[in-house]
Design a binder for this molecule. Structure first.
Ligand SMILES: Nc1ncnc2c1ncn2[C@@H]1O[C@H](COP(=O)(O)OP(=O)(O)OP(=O)(O)O)[C@@H](O)[C@H]1O
Length: 662
């Protein structure tokens, strides 16, 4: 794939992407976590690149959001969806959804979204998602007790690249191997030529070693799974809670994970634990065994009257024999019993097997002596045996577990990704549920909304009054102050943006045409100076060229300059928009004047007051088609005239003002 063809990707980013394990796959699936692993790419940039790749895929020139306010509406809507995501991954991935002018992209997104809104945002699933994060590659794993050895410089370079965790050594001959075997617990020779050499120590000849990393460096797989154990376990929980079909057999995976310690060691192996404990406790247990023997012997000696004939005493003294021989002669049974008790203690305390027990027995002498003392050499031999057995067992278990886990590596990648993608879907599902959304229907000439509730209103959901509004061609929207004109534009913009993202829309029913662009101009703050006025007029000049079939929303353009001039300019813009087959809504307090000046038929709708209650206007939020709404001042004068009529004549003043509105 030509990465530089992706909009927004230059040579530097393209070469960063090329360093990924599977960049095409990551871009195709919008896997922002995988893309963000490319050197120097932030998650935000990864989302923009993924979006660019989608555009490239659909030959989408982009630019649907043609003005700053249109982009702001998209950002605000996306924020509402993103805040419903549990994981950072999902929040980023949601950024890859954008309003597109390409039907193929909208269809693709709708396929995803339709499945998403069926998902049940079950609280247990959401809770389990908390701990799911994209899988991480563990930092440098270094193993120092094992090395690879070769005579060949090329193989040396290949091994260093393939197995960076192990030292790789160059050797000349068998002597060199023997030397290495003295410094490393295990030496793996990579050259066939070493087969059959007789070297003491753990030296293996494995010409295929670099192809079987799980066997040669089980620490690699163990470190990966140990590093990601929290996320993997959480992903298993997510699949269970959501009743999702898992891409791998999770019970087996879970029990393999149970055997993995947080530091990448193997846990839960009784024999390994026994050996490790025996090594740790050896000194203390021997010390206690000595005490057991000596206590018993001391007791026996204390309770015993020794009668010795004079001739015997003489011979003992003459032979220079010590008390030991007396002990041997007089107390040999007691000695045997004391040493037997001590040995039993030692075997029990260390839980030794029969071979180890033979070595352990040699620690205490069979010949009577007092006090009973350990034979240091025998202790050292037993320790050596236990340590070797422990290390052998650990290495074996590591290899076994690494092999089991390596087989599940792909499954685990999919499992975690599946959980993260579920979060993306659940965020969309929650958005759709929270705002009572339905799927928009594409078709017709403009926009037709039934029961629309703008998600951008600050009001609580239950306080938002549903709006019905249908527009085709250029239209003027009039209405009382604070009647909801701007909010209506926001609603139309929100519906259009969401529908073109392939998302559900917040309304009972929506039918709209597929637009090429959304132009939304918000109300400017006060009259513009000449320069700013000129640049606004230039902005609108763009509408005279380019794509037909735009949606144009403009809020009170008359405020940019003096009212008379404004009406002429807006009328001219509306004529242009009619020629360009645009759907347009211009909110204006001068709808009547503008309509009179326009040379094309322009619809005028109105958000009307239904009365004044407690000094407050009550309005019908749904614009009435073809009705120029009466202005707020007119309504107030009408109210004053009515009140004055009741209280006495003020020379017909209010009545006269009212007549001016007719
Ligand atoms: N459908 C609705 N349901 C509930 N409240 C709404 C609705 N539409 C608008 N509002 C509320 O009414 C108030 C005025 O809305 P908005 O600013 O859209 O009116 P406007 O007609 O554009 O006002 P102005 O004449 O000042 O431009 C806002 O506080 C808004 O939150």
């Amino acid at each position: 794939m030509e990465f530089e063809a992706i909009p927004g990707v230059g040579a530097k980013t393209a070469s960063a992407l090329a360093e990924l394990e599977a960049p095409e796959e990551a871009l195709r699936t919008g896997d922002v976590a995988a893309i963000a692993r490319a050197p120097g790419l932030s998650p935000g940039r990864a989302a923009r690149i993924a979006r660019g790749a989608i555009r490239l895929d659909h030959d989408d020139p982009g630019g649907f959001l043609a003005t700053e306010r249109a982009r702001e509406i998209h950002r605000d809507l996306l924020a509402l969806v993103r805040e419903r995501a549990v994981t950072d991954y999902a929040a980023r991935r949601l950024e890859t959804f954008y309003p597109s002018r390409r039907a193929s992209r909208i269809e693709e997104a709708r396929g995803f979204v339709e499945r998403a809104i069926e998902r049940d945002p079950d609280p247990d699933v959401l809770a389990a998602l908390e701990d799911v994060v994209p899988l991480e590659r563990p930092g440098d794993v270094r193993v120092s007790e094992r090395c690879l050895a070769t005579r060949d410089a090329e193989r040396y370079a290949e091994a260093r690249e393939a197995v960076p965790e192990l030292p790789v050594e160059i050797v000349e001959d068998a002597r060199g191997l023997a030397e290495l075997a003295r410094g490393y617990a295990t030496v793996v020779a990579l050259d066939e030529a070493f087969a059959g050499v007789d070297v003491s120590g753990d030296v293996r000849v494995r010409p295929d070693a670099v192809e079987d990393p799980a066997d040669i460096v089980p620490e690699r797989a163990l470190a990966f799974f140990a590093r990601n154990r929290g996320s993997i376990r959480a992903a298993i929980d997510v699949h269970r809670a959501a009743g999702l079909e898992a891409p791998c057999e999770v019970d087996g995976l879970e029990s393999a994970m149970d055997r993995l310690g947080a530091d990448g060691t193997v846990a839960g192996d009784d024999e390994l634990d026994r050996l490790a404990r025996a090594v740790d406790d050896l000194d203390a247990a021997v010390g206690t065994a000595e005490s057991v023997a000596n206590d018993r012997l001391r007791e026996a000696i204390r309770e015993r009257d020794v009668t010795i004939e004079g001739s015997d005493l003489l011979s003992l003294v003459e032979q220079g024999a010590g008390a030991d021989s007396l002990l041997a002669r007089e107390l040999s049974e007691e000695y045997d019993a004391a040493v037997a008790a001590a040995r039993k203690h030692l075997l029990d305390a260390l839980d030794l097997d029969s071979g180890e027990a033979d070595l352990a027995r040699r620690i205490l002498d069979d010949d009577p002596t007092f006090p009973v003392e350990r034979d240091e050499e025998a202790v050292a031999r037993l320790r050596e045996e236990l340590v070797a057995a422990r290390d052998r067992r650990a290495a074996e278990r590591k290899r076994e577990l690494a092999a089991t886990l390596t087989d599940r590596r792909e499954g685990v990648e999919e499992l975690v990704r599946g959980a993260l993608e579920l979060d993306v879907e659940l965020a969309i599902s929650r958005f759709a549920r929270d705002f009572g959304c339905t799927t928009a229907e594409f078709g017709g000439d403009g926009v037709a909304i039934e029961g629309g509730r703008s998600p951008l209103l600050p009001e609580a959901r239950e306080e938002v009054e549903p709006v019905d509004y249908e527009v085709t061609g250029p239209t003027l929207l009039s209405g009382v102050n604070s009647g909801g004109k701007t909010s209506t534009l926001d609603l139309v913009a929100a519906v259009a943006v969401l529908a073109h993202m392939g998302f559900p829309v917040p309304a009972d029913h929506v039918r709209l045409r597929r637009f090429e662009e959304l132009h939304y101009h918000e109300k400017s703050q006060g009259t513009l100076n000449a320069g700013a006025f000129e640049s606004t007029v230039r902005d609108f000049a763009d509408l005279a060229t380019g794509a037909d079939g735009r949606l144009v929303l403009v809020d009170e353009l008359e405020s940019i300059t003096e009212p008379g001039a404004s009406a002429r300019i807006v009328a001219g813009i509306l004529e242009t928009l009619a020629e360009r087959d645009a759907t347009a809504i211009f909110v204006s307090h001068m709808a009547g004047e503008i309509r009179e000046r326009a040379d094309v038929a322009v619809g005028v709708d109105g958000i009307e007051a239904v009365g004044i209650v407690d000094g407050e206007l009550r309005v019908d939020r749904s614009p009435t088609k073809g009705r120029l709404a009466r202005s707020t001042p007119e309504l107030i004068v009408e109210k004053l005239a009515a009140e004055d009529g009741n209280e006495g004549d003020r020379g017909g003043f209010y009545g006269r003002l009212l007549e001016k509105f007719e």
